[in-house]
Design a protein around this ligand. Structure first.
Ligand code: GLN
Length: 453
């Protein structure tokens, strides 16, 4: 019964592309049976979760929220989802997202936009839950699912978490296997948990992470007990405040929230120091070259032969089928990225754009290396603005891209980064703060998050 109430709420928000209540119940039954036999239970025994529809799920349609994958039913399970089932989770359904995880508002989905459960005080306009993991953020914020998976290429876990007042962590690149996750930009894509609390994120990340020989960039390192290691005592820790993040165009409420966060960490015993990340302003343009370049290559596989949609006009040849399938199957934002990507990789422009962006990426990484000589974690806003009404930025891709300005540097550097809810605006919208840590130091990130929470 409570599931049906939740489903109703979820359908108002359009958070799910498909629901699979029977899978959640099966997992609960399996836990009951295991408990009756006195077996050791998994770390997430019986917890019903939402699965971003970017993870391949055996026997359950997997679309990446694109028409081109509609009807695609994988015969394999992504490593991350398999690990979660092994830990005892059950699947409530596949969550809506921006098409191929390209977007910051969840409006690029073929299956319609997702609405945030939040409203600005005194207004009734539906707000964006952020993106690309907007089905995940909306479902967790609306208490439809206690937790959900997300993926983050340039902010897609952190920005939606910030917009909806929940927690989300993108671990160090390589911590979670990319095997079976629909690829967007492979050198940046990372899976991670989205949940109500830092504690829940620590438990869930523990279940998701681990070396996987099927992913050539998987990190071959043991998974620490992050939940067991949680400690909000910040004494002896230095927290860096990057001065270049004080950017024009950032809301005053966000700057105030940032100051508050620093104060809370100081109260928890941390020393606050100013650090410099001088190449910050080049990170976003570099990201919007590297990510589309990789996407244009990754998305070449959707040709009408191997997956989902096939558009074969009467009397058409192979090339015509490719063209017709891709024209009908990809949404506008996906096409924009493919065109951007093929352009920056083309013989005449490769050096001017792609090579240059890769150099910037190295400089951004070096900025962080230098900053982490002076501090243990970095505190920054997650986004430059709170959530915005749906349909308000659709005609303005550049402003939309700017939403990720604080998120992409950590992505380019492959560092663990988390968003935790901090304050609310005067009109009642949640604001998140971001903590970035050294490579492999998820624990430091989670602990600072706990001190803020
Ligand atoms: N919003 C960013 C983009 O559109 C990031 C997306 C993501 O992290 N998947 O590329």
């Amino acid at each position: 019964e409570s599931f049906n109430t939740a489903v109703e709420a979820a359908s108002e928000l359009n958070a799910f592309i498909v629901t699979t209540p029977e899978k959640a119940l099966e997992a609960a039954d399996a836990v009951d049976a295991a408990r009756a036999k006195g077996e050791v239970l998994g770390s997430m025994a019986g917890v019903p979760i939402g699965m971003k529809d970017l993870f391949a799920t055996d026997g359950v349609q997997t679309t990446a929220a694109s028409h081109i994958l509609e009807g695609f039913i994988p015969r394999y399970e992504s490593t991350v989802s398999a690990k979660l089932w092994e830990a005892g989770c059950g699947m409530l359904g596949k969550l809506n997202l921006d098409q191929f995880a390209m977007g910051s508002s969840n409006e690029t989905s073929y299956f319609g936009n997702v609405a945030s459960p939040w409203r600005k005080e005194g207004t009734n306009a539906a707000m964006s839950p952020g993106g690309s993991s907007g089905g995940s953020s909306a479902a967790v914020a609306a208490r439809i699912a206690p937790a959900a998976t997300g993926t983050d290429t340039g902010g897609s876990i952190r920005q939606p978490a910030a917009f909806t007042g929940i927690c989300g962590i993108k671990p160090t690149y390589g911590r979670c296997s990319r095997w079976g996750v629909v690829a967007f930009a492979s050198s940046l894509d990372q899976a991670g948990p989205m949940a109500r609390s830092v504690e829940d994120c620590a438990i869930m990340l523990g279940a998701m992470a681990g070396f996987d020989p099927k992913d050539s960039t998987s990190l071959d390192a043991p998974v620490p007990d992050w939940f067991g290691g949680l400690d909000a005592d910040m004494r002896g820790k230095r927290v860096g405040i990057p001065k270049e993040y004080r950017m024009e165009g950032t809301d005053q409420a966000i700057l105030d929230s940032w100051d508050k966060g620093a104060e809370w960490l100081r109260d928890a015993g941390a020393e606050i120091v100013e650090v410099s990340l001088p190449h910050t302003k080049y990170a976003l343009p570099a990201y919007y070259i590297v990510a589309p370049a990789e996407a244009s290559s990754n998305l070449a596989r959707y040709d009408g032969v191997r997956y989902g949609l096939r558009d074969l006009p009467e009397g058409a040849g192979l090339q015509d089928m490719y063209a017709a399938t891709r024209a009908a199957g990809f949404g506008d934002e996906v096409k924009r990225r493919v065109m951007l990507g093929t352009y920056v990789l083309s013989a005449g422009f490769y050096d001017a754009y792609y090579t240059q962006a890769m150099k910037v990426r190295t400089l951004v990484q070096r900025d962080f290396d230098a900053a982490f000589e002076q501090c243990d974690v970095i505190l920054a806003p997650t986004t430059p603005t709170p959530s915005f009404p749906l349909n308000s930025l659709n005609d303005d891709p550049l402003t939309m891209y700017l939403n990720d300005v604080f998120a992409v540097p950590a992505s380019l550097a492959g560092l663990p980064a988390m968003s935790v809810p901090a304050t609310v605006t005067e009109d009642g919208l949640p604001l998140g703060l971001q903590i970035v840590g050294r490579a492999m130091d998820e624990q430091g990130v989670l602990n600072a998050g706990l001190a803020i929470e």
